[in-house]
Every structure is written in structure tokens, then in C-alpha cells.
Design a protein around this ligand. Structure first.
Ligand code: ATP
Ligand code: MG
Length: 423
């Protein structure tokens, strides 16, 4: 035997037994998106590195240390996408979607960040992502948040809490940035190496440092919320009123700045106390300046991303439902003739009753061995076919969860099975 090739750190296999959680989450998300008129967009996993540098910002954890970027054979620098927003904005500009138009979009797929793997933090992870382009008012901010609240309800998720904040406009933030820089300079001795570097380039990034040694310094820093421009303040007040009217509880967290540079005005995060330090399940915000920053026509925009692994961990932790997929009908066939005829019969039944989930036992062995597998499959009913049945043109139908065994002609089999499964 050759040596086994180990999987990469932080890259997970989703095994068939776990797939039901993924399917459940994705089905609910798709249903809610369609309830609200959000349409799917799919964008490449690979983009020019420059796209993310320009969108996410040079002084962010993602760009400084987490991106999987490399040179291709032609010497171009490419990167596996660490998030979807930059790619979606790029796609909207490349395809002319933003000219006199509004769009509500979603995408679901893998993202890549070279972080230290731990529970709820991986190097390939999946996000459900929503973006709205062309809506400047706080109503769409509220709608995007309500959509996530509906997803939690539909999934049966509790123990999530909404935090919101406003980052103001780029101009207001620039003024605050000077103020913050001054404050941090005055305490430069307490800054860690990352923060010293960011102090010059983007002092706001110091605020989302996860270094506990800096917590006190950050807690005493001047607050952006105290330096909001008037329009942003009104926008934020209206958003709060809309959330209150919709009955969505929130807390204002003036320290919430989010780890990406492109945000302006509203930012929010759904956090949980059920997953240890990986407490953010869904995060987002408004990014009115990003489209022009990436070369498009000025367009207000806002979006969020939900971490699928963390949401699934939460669903499992809270005992939420995710239906087990099992067949309705299981075909047991003994003998070469029965196997050949059975395979054909199974095709006829699938054609006549396309909703039935019908699994055939192609593993051979005795009736007994096959029945064991039938039982384990979770099927409601077994169809038994031996060489004698084939000669008579009949199958034995045996309910696996109690009930009498019957004999049914091949012609009547599909309708009979449908009736049992429905009953
Ligand atoms: P964190 O503070 O936990 O690093 P983040 O602010 O970097 O999160 P975002 O970039 O806002 O996260 O991504 C949106 C969501 O994607 C997060 O709320 C989280 O649920 C999920 N997420 C982010 N990074 C990872 C990761 N490495 N592994 C799994 N899920 C992740
Ligand atoms: Mg992060």
C-alpha cells in the first residue's frame, strides 16, 4: 500500500452523516432569500490579489496574514477569496449591474483564510452571504437584519444576540481617526507590534485587536459614536426605530468596528455565548464607498455573511432539527435473475413514482444480510424479489416498521408503494 496523503490543516471533509445539517441550513437560507426577493449570484473562488487588498484594506488581519495568495505561471498574483463581498462588487461592476439598477443578491460557498485552526475557525470555511446594491436608506439595513432573524427562527436557533453600531461616513471617520491616533500615540508603550504598525496606516484596526493585553487601553479609547456626522446619526436612529418596531432586540456596541476597512455607517454582528471564543455567527455592514473604490459608479451597498460551520455547531449544540435522509423503499433481491429483473423493476417504479426515494441492495449476499441493511437504511418498506417472484411477475412488499407482508403484481407495485409511503 502507498503512503496515505494527509489532509491540509483547517480544511474539513463534510461526511454524509453531517450533510443533513448543511442541507437544512442551506435550504432554510434559500427559502428565506426567495421570500425576500434576493437572487443568487455565483462568483469565482480565485481573483487578483489586488482586489482584496484594495477592498478589505492593507492593514487588516485578512490581508496582512490570512490570505492564500500565490503567483500563477504567468507571474500574476492571485488569491483564493477570503470573503465574498469584494468579488461580488467586482462582478457587479464587470457585468454592468450597477448602472441605474438595484440588486438584492446572495451567494453560498467556501472562503479561505490562513488562520490557526480551532473549533469554529478553519482555513476553508463556508459562508452564506447577502448583499444589496442601490439602497441608501436604513430600511434595507433593517431588512437584511430581519432576514437573519427569520433564518434563526426557522432553524430553531436561540442564544444569538444582535449588536449594532455606526461607523459614520468616511469623512467623519477620518476626523475620528486623527483623534484616535493621538490617543494611541500617547499610550504607545502599551501597544503590541501589530498595533504599532497599524497606528500610522489605520488606527481603527487597533480597536478590533483580539490581544487581551490591549483590552483596557481599547476600552478607554474615544468612541466613534460620539463623533458621528449628523446624517449618519439620523440613519442610525432610524435603523434602531425600525428594529424596535419589528421586535428585534439589539444592543449598541460602540466598540464594534469589524475587521474590514470598507464599512461605513451601519455595522452589526450576531454573537452567541454557546461557541466559546468563536462567538460571531453572522456579521455585516454598509459599505457605501466600496463600489467607487473598486472603480464602479457610486452605489450605496450593504451586506452580511453568516459562517455556516459556526451556525451548524450552534444548531447541534441547541438540538435543532435537521431531518435524517433515508430511503422510502429498499429493494432486496436474491439470485442473479432477481437482481437483473429487480434493477429494471426499480427503474419502472422510479419512472412511475418519481417522488419515491428508492434504494436497491446491490451488495449481494443472503436475504437475511440484505434485510439487515434494509433495516439499517431507515426505509419504511422493503420490496423482496427472489427467482420465484420473478417467474410469477410479483413482488413481496414488507413494511419494515410493523404491518403485514403482501404480494403485489409488478404492474401495481409503484402505486402500492406510493400509497404505503404516503400513509
Ligand atoms: P472573527 O472575528 O471570528 O475572526 P470575522 O470578523 O473575521 O470573524 P467576517 O469576515 O465578518 O468574520 O466573516 C463573517 C462570518 O464568517 C463570521 O461571523 C464567522 O461566522 C465566519 N467566519 C469568519 N472566519 C471564519 C473562519 N476562519 N472559520 C469559520 N468561520 C469563519
Ligand atoms: Mg477573522
Amino acid at each position: 500500500m502507498s503512503e496515505h496523503i494527509e489532509p491540509l490543516r483547517g480544511m474539513n471533509d463534510v461526511l454524509p452523516d453531517e450533510a443533513r445539517w448543511w442541507n437544512r441550513l442551506e435550504a432554510v437560507a434559500r427559502e428565506v432569500f426567495s421570500n425576500y426577493g434576493y437572487r443568487e449570484i455565483r462568483v469565482p473562488l480565485l481573483e487578483r490579489t489586488q482586489l482584496f487588498k484594495r477592498a478589505i484594506g492593507e492593514y487588516t488581519d485578512i490581508v496582512e496574514k490570512e490570505m492564500f495568495s500565490f503567483e500563477d505561471r504567468d507571474g500574476q498574483s492571485l488569491a483564493l477569496r477570503p470573503e465574498a463581498t469584494a468579488s461580488i462588487v467586482r462582478a457587479a461592476i464587470s457585468n454592468g449591474l450597477l448602472h441605474n439598477q438595484k440588486h438584492r443578491l446572495f451567494t453560498i460557498g467556501p472562503m479561505f483564510r490562513g488562520e490557526r485552526p480551532q473549533k469554529g475557525r478553519y482555513r476553508q470555511f463556508y459562508q452564506i452571504d447577502a448583499e444589496a446594491f442601490g439602497y441608501g436608506g436604513p430600511e434595507v439595513d433593517a431588512e437584511l437584519i430581519l432576514m437573519t432573524a427569520r433564518m434563526w427562527r426557522q432553524l430553531g436557533i436561540s442564544r444569538v444576540r444582535l449588536e449594532i453600531n455606526s461607523l459614520g461616513t468616511a469623512e467623519a471617520r477620518a476626523q475620528y481617526r486623527d483623534l484616535l491616533r493621538e490617543y494611541l500615540r500617547a499610550h504607545e508603550a502599551q501597544l503590541d507590534a501589530d498595533s504599532v504598525r497599524r497606528l500610522q496606516g489605520n488606527p481603527l484596526r487597533v480597536l478590533d485587536s483580539k490581544n487581551p493585553d490591549m483590552a483596557e487601553l481599547i476600552a478607554a479609547a474615544p468612541l466613534l459614536t460620539d463623533h458621528l456626522d449628523e446624517e449618519s446619526r439620523v440613519h442610525f436612529e432610524r435603523l434602531k426605530a425600525l428594529l424596535e418596531a419589528a421586535g428585534v432586540p439589539y444592543t449598541v456596541n460602540p466598540r464594534l468596528v469589524r475587521g474590514l476597512d470598507y464599512y461605513s455607517r451601519t455595522v452589526f454582528e450576531w454573537v452567541t455565548d454557546a461557541l466559546g471564543s468563536q462567538n460571531a455567527v453572522c456579521s455585516g455592514g454598509r459599505y457605501d464607498g466600496l463600489v467607487t473604490q473598486l472603480g464602479g459608479e457610486s452605489t450605496p451597498a450593504i451586506g452580511w455573511a453568516m459562517g455556516m460551520e459556526r451556525t451548524i455547531l450552534l444548531m447541534q449544540e441547541l438540538g435543532c432539527d435537521a431531518p435524517v435522509e433515508s430511503p422510502d423503499v429498499y429493494f432486496v433481491m436474491a439470485g442473479a435473475t432477481a437482481l437483473a429483473r429487480g434493477l429494471q423493476l426499480a427503474e419502472d417504479v422510479r419512472t412511475a413514482a418519481p417522488r419515491l426515494k428508492l434504494e436497491t441492495d446491490l451488495g449481494g449476499g443472503s436475504f437475511k444480510a440484505q434485510f439487515k441493511r434494509a433495516d439499517k437504511s431507515g426505509a419504511k418498506v422493503a420490496v423482496v424479489l427472489g427467482d420465484d417472484e420473478v417467474v410469477r411477475g410479483e413482488a413481496s412488499v414488507k413494511p419494515l416498521r410493523g404491518g403485514e407482508q403482501t404480494t403485489i403484481s409488478f404492474d401495481a407495485l409503484a402505486a402500492h408503494l406510493e400509497a404505503i409511503v404516503a400513509g
